[in-house]
Design a protein around this ligand. Sequence first.
Ligand SMILES: Nc1nc2c(c(=O)[nH]1)N[C@H]1C(S)=C(S)[C@@H](COP(=O)(O)OP(=O)(O)OC[C@H]3O[C@@H](n4cnc5c(=O)[nH]c(N)nc54)[C@H](O)[C@@H]3O)O[C@H]1N2
Ligand SMILES: Nc1nc2c(c(=O)[nH]1)N[C@H]1C(S)=C(S)[C@@H](COP(=O)(O)OP(=O)(O)OC[C@H]3O[C@@H](n4cnc5c(=O)[nH]c(N)nc54)[C@H](O)[C@@H]3O)O[C@H]1N2
Ligand code: SF4
Ligand SMILES: [Mo]
Length: 740
Amino acid sequence: MAKLPLEIPQIIKQFGPTLNHVPAGGWVASEEEDKMVKTHCCFCGQQCGIQLRVRDNKVVGWEPWEDFPFNFGKLCPKGVKRYMQDEHPDRLKHPLQRVQGEGFEPITWDAALSRVTSAIQRIQQTYGNDAFAVLTGASLTNEKAYLMGKFARVALRTSNIDYNGRLCMVSAAAASKKILGIDRSANPWSDIPKAKVILVAGANIAECAPITTDYLWQARENGGKLIILDPRLTPIARNADLYIPVRPGGDIGVFNGMLHVMIERGWIDRDFIAQHTTGFEQVAEAVKKYTPEYGARIAGVPAEMIVRAAEMWGPAPSSFLMHARGIEHHSKGVDNCMAAINLVVASGRIGREGCGYAMITGQGNGQGAREQGQKCDQLPGGRDISNPEHRRYIAGVWGVPEESIPGKGLSAVPLIEAIHEGKIKGLISICFNPTVSLPDSNYVRAALEKLEFYANIDCFLSETARYADIVLPGSLMEEDEGTTTNVEGRVIRHCKVVNPPGEAREDWKIICEIARCLGHGDKFNYLSPHDIFEELRVASNGSVSNYYGMTWERIEQNNGIFWPCPEPGHPGTPRLYEGGKFGHPDGKAHFMPVEWRPSAEMPDDDYPIILTTGRVVSQFLSGTQTRRIGALVDQYSQPLCEMHPLLAQKLGIADGDFVRVESRRGRVVVRARVVKTIRPDTVFIPYHWPLDRSPNNMTIRAIDPVSNIPEFKICAVRVSRTEQPTDPIAQLEVQAGGIR
Ligand SMILES: Nc1nc2c(c(=O)[nH]1)N[C@H]1C(S)=C(S)[C@@H](COP(=O)(O)OP(=O)(O)OC[C@H]3O[C@@H](n4cnc5c(=O)[nH]c(N)nc54)[C@H](O)[C@@H]3O)O[C@H]1N2
Ligand SMILES: Nc1nc2c(c(=O)[nH]1)N[C@H]1C(S)=C(S)[C@@H](COP(=O)(O)OP(=O)(O)OC[C@H]3O[C@@H](n4cnc5c(=O)[nH]c(N)nc54)[C@H](O)[C@@H]3O)O[C@H]1N2
Ligand code: SF4
Ligand SMILES: [Mo]
């Protein structure tokens, strides 16, 4: 496929430059020696260690940080190119206000803050506190996540705060809490190579958790066997001992079918079950009907595959199960995860070296950001906002009356619905790009248009920021400092590498300033993120995710500390559930019976094909950052619709053709990519692009009843060949002369 004619200034004007910026006058040799700063990648939950090279308050390159004991110097394409976003000309450097019909104009911080404050006051006085909502993000540090939860409850006194982790980890979190009692991966990654069988469900490891690939290789080198469940033969699946091409939404057929076979053949640990668990009998009863044949019908795969999986997993001496969004992004996401965890507990292989379970965290601080109190139903330390004891403790830390802390608010999707219904009139968001990342984008855009006031804090003018009345320039990860908690539960330290450019400010300063303008300065008078961490430690004390015993200094000295770390000097807890001691008050794991049910929208005569969505290695989430890094754009420049040759032939589509993919809610026109690595009944489109290229035009607003995660991984579509792209870039491609 030929490249886009990038020199066309129109493209640059409409979509922002994809080439990396060279400052006017070119790069000038510096007098000073470059400074190397050890810190971490800003993108995914692996949180790889990296050294950034700094010259004249600019990040100009990187070096591996070889002794950081997670990635040992290894990085993926995004980590390597990440620094190139810093100097991008689109970087927001001034507060902006929207001028009706004319776009944005810069304004002073004083004017911007005063508009934000008066809009909050007016809306809350007119419609009540809950009419002003807060949306936040899990790319924020622990300190900022903590600050946002406190800001909503103390400065705004609104119950309506939620975060983009709602689109990400919440199904895994809920399932883990229900069965194991704690919401965290159970093991450090160093346990993976010691497992003799590894089951990976719904995780495109090589593209989305690239460093984990290395741990799986090591397991293979040690003789470990690999089982993969995915409708697509992803790069890691190509190396599997058993690849099960499950139909989207069908995983419970495989998990329950495996357990059925394991019980029948005596491959469960009866002693462990008797001593350390409750509820096994109900689960055994529930899986009785899940013969391999029945499970196979649900999963759309041969029954022998389920039997083979049980034969590999059942009698293994050690094992590791890991999953990601492939089984979680469902209206039965929690049930999918519980069916998987039941397999782990039934085998008794957890809480030991080489035996365990992990949910692969997505966002940079996907783990930590969901513990610090920015979820609509949680207070810091993962505490329950409806529990009087939990409320009293946090009220004490914050120095406010307990009754002033609002109750449970709306999660992300219902929050957007409440905007439509006129119940929410104002919004402030930070680190979230919902017009690209929420399902049913047309509905989301219509909601944002209904707001009386919207303020957005970001580093770039994201597609969502374009709907804002005021845009406040915040900080990139390297422009601020704090901690995050990686995929293993290891709390690590991000160092400040450079200052925010121009008038941009560190996010935490912006939030504290708004709180001060609202008259709550006394509760937000932190001098640094370190001050916030010191309060967070106390707020988490006594909770499950206890950070009390950590200090920034110790975190740095030890290359991270795993929570819980309940008192100063405590070494942290890399492996949970040792000795079969689980997180529930009775110390046991609680089996949960799971019954398969259909997805919210199954294919039918009108929309006969399954659409599933996800990621590619060189792009990150809604793409605000990675679509601005030229080298990453070159690697995968536009969303392609993956389809099997059998389906393509049936529809008269050839590789590279434009195809129209449409659901009951919306459509895209993108190019087809005909590959043998996907089930013939399913098409896949990555979601990192906005507007005409966004599969979220088509996805469905159905959510899991427990976790409220949207069903990104399955909806019904029809696909047809078309000559006419609707997307302006694609139109330019066609004009530029028949690209194939
Ligand atoms: N390159 C890159 N890496 C990332 C990110 C990124 O945007 N880009 N984002 C980060 C974040 S926030 C997240 S959440 C993670 C996501 O990491 P992953 O969950 O690994 O990525 P996805 O592509 O969303 O989905 C994973 C796989 O699920 C499969 N799948 C779809 N439906 C089903 C199903 O019903 N059952 C099963 N078993 N599989 C199914 C898809 O074919 C896909 O291969 O990645 C993190 N890392
Ligand atoms: N169809 C479909 N949709 C999906 C998914 C899918 O698999 N399929 N996956 C879902 C998942 S798992 C996720 S996690 C969501 C993610 O969805 P989003 O939250 O929308 O994704 P991001 O691109 O991370 O948006 C974060 C915004 O924050 C900004 N930002 C980054 N770091 C900082 C910071 O430190 N400070 C500030 N102020 N801003 C910052 C970025 O520039 C960006 O504009 O998307 C979900 N949407
Ligand atoms: S694997 Fe994740 S954390 Fe590591 S370099 Fe890549 S994006 Fe960054
Ligand atoms: Mo995610």
